[in-house]
Design a protein around this ligand. Structure first.
Ligand code: PMP
Length: 444
């Protein structure tokens, strides 16, 4: 372990921050919802990397599909007819409603969003883009500009006076990422903060309309929205918020992009795609993470009309849609169906939410429990967010008792639960006992 720690410090960048910095975990094996460290300690994985492993670590069906492809062909690009790519694209498109049928394959979520930005601009002829406060859309320079969550930005002074890596052409809507409560629909406790939250539903919509009227240009290229904000801490929008935003965007000639990097592939339980829970039909859907159960892959799915505008450009991606990724992703789609993964996400997620809500009613320091399916956020705040030190103490304690969870939110104040979607109610009971003990120990 010591050698590993020396290697990490010497050879890996300082920007690569590890989550458990007090006592790092050295993971080397995984199976379904379980992970093991080098000492043989087993952990229940409730974070799936970062919300990435969808059907289970090293799922036997997916591993077998990868093995089969490994012995056939590793690489060919999209300049050739590529059977795995075309078969997979057809299968993926069959999971989306009409007219979302044209598939572009990438290697990550950032690449997918980057491509969607370009496509939106080429299709509309407009340049400006719109995102929401608290959002996360990627780590490339362009998608970092889209990303609103300031935790993921770097201070760089630009010639236009902008002090962060935000594109000046990206406007941000008013919603998202409060520290204490985020949705009037979801939360129970009155918030004491002075940030303009805690309004009635129609006030949020009013604020959105006002922002469009006062700050958004008359012609825009597009709007990116996560159906539930992931890195923001499983933040949900008020009812009809996205629907209203889509309409306002389309009135300005823009296209609407659902960033399903975290919410896709049954994660929200009730639907295969998060946008389906908002009664909207996007013009583009971007995805990654769960698509490959941990194998690097991403995609943009759009309409033939938008694809035709994009056909004017020459688009090429060396690894996007490679045979290995397509074989894995195809098997993931089959496995979601065969294992009843989406249904499990709904059943186990609903149970977990119900039990967490009971804890919220018991412990003052739990400010909010929110999310859908197996995308859940637990906001640790009564009036103010719990300090990073306090969050860390509880977080490390939970890990030492054998459960890995995530952290998120603009202030790092929300615990995030986005496990491989094969977890059981028994696993949830184990986690709840651990969580309760950690909170109790912190308060004592
Ligand atoms: N969009 C969302 C909603 C994400 O959560 C992420 C990653 N956390 C991305 C885009 C970027 O994906 P990637 O890290 O695969 O580039």
């Amino acid at each position: 372990e010591r050698i590993m720690e020396i290697r990490r410090k010497n050879c890996n960048p300082m920007t690569m921050k590890i989550t458990y910095y007090k006592k790092p975990v050295f993971l080397h094996q995984g199976y379904m919802q379980w992970l093991w460290d080098f000492d043989g300690n087993r952990y229940l994985d409730l974070f799936a990397g970062v919300a990435t492993v969808s059907v289970g670590h090293c799922h036997p069906k997916v591993a077998a599909a990868l093995q089969r492809q490994l012995n056939k062909l590793w690489h060919t690009t999209n300049i050739y007819v590529n059977p795995t790519l075309h078969e997979y694209s057809e299968k993926l498109a069959s999971h989306l409603p009409d007219p979302l049928k044209v598939v572009y394959l990438t290697n990550s979520g950032s690449e997918a969003n980057d491509l969607a930005m370009l496509m939106a601009r080429l299709h509309t002829g407009n340049f400006d883009l719109l995102t929401l406060r608290g959002s996360y859309h990627g780590g490339t320079q362009q998608t970092m500009g889209l990303t609103s969550n300031s935790s993921y930005k770097y201070p760089i002074a630009t010639s236009s006076g902008c002090t962060q890596t935000m594109c000046p052409d990206v406007f941000r809507g008013p919603w998202g990422g409060s520290h204490c409560r985020d949705s009037p629909v979801q939360t129970t406790r009155q918030c004491g903060c002075a940030q303009g939250h805690c309004m009635a539903n129609d006030q949020y919509i009013g604020q959105l309309k006002e922002t469009f009227a006062t700050s958004v240009p008359s012609r825009i290229a597009g709007f990116f929205g996560e159906p539930i904000q992931g890195m923001g801490g499983a933040v949900q929008y008020p009812k009809n918020y996205l629907k209203e935003a889509y309409q306002l965007v389309r009135e300005r000639g823009g296209v609407c992009i659902a960033d399903e990097v975290q919410t896709g592939f049954g994660r929200t339980g009730s639907h295969f795609w998060g946008f389906q829970g908002h009664d909207v039909l996007p013009d583009m859907v971007t995805m990654a993470k769960g698509i490959g159960d941990g194998f690097p892959m991403g995609a943009v799915v759009t309409t033939p009309e938008i694809a035709a505008s994009f056909a004017k450009a020459f688009h090429f991606n060396t690894f996007g849609g490679g045979p290995l990724a397509c074989a894995v992703a195809s098997s993931v789609l089959d496995t979601i169906k065969e294992d009843g993964t989406q249904q499990n996400s709904h059943n186990v997620g609903t149970y977990l939410m119900t039990e967490l809500a009971k804890l919220r009613d018991t412990y003052e320091i739990i400010g909010d429990v929110r999310g859908k399916g197996l995308q859940i956020g637990v906001e640790m705040a009564s009036r103010d967010p719990l300090s990073p030190e306090a969050m860390s103490e509880i977080f490390e304690d939970i890990k030492d008792m054998g459960v890995l969870i995530g952290k998120g939110g603009v202030y790092g104040q929300a615990f995030r639960i986005q496990p491989p979607m094969c977890i059981t109610k028994e696993d949830v009971k184990f986690f709840l006992a651990v969580f309760k003990k950690a909170i109790q120990r912190y308060m004592d």
